[in-house]
Design a protein around this ligand. Structure first.
Ligand SMILES: [Zn+2]
Length: 61
């Protein structure tokens, strides 16, 4: 039972560089090679990326 995956090119929401993704699943986290932003796959058809929520583990309180 393979999960649905997608392959294609989509622009980074941060720097608009084209990012090529291969067999990514929804909610997979990837990193933009252009600006280094962490991106989450939020849609497969069409392939859509959004900035991944930042995990702030230690806020120094
Ligand atoms: Zn980028």
């Amino acid at each position: 039972m393979a999960l649905p995956t997608a392959t294609g090119t989509t622009p980074c929401p941060e720097c608009f560089a084209d990012i090529t993704l291969t067999d990514v699943m929804q909610h997979e986290i990837t990193q933009c090679p252009g600006c280094g932003a962490e991106l989450e796959v939020i849609g497969l058809a069409p392939l859509t990326l959004a900035l991944a929520p930042q995990e702030e583990e230690d806020w120094g309180e």
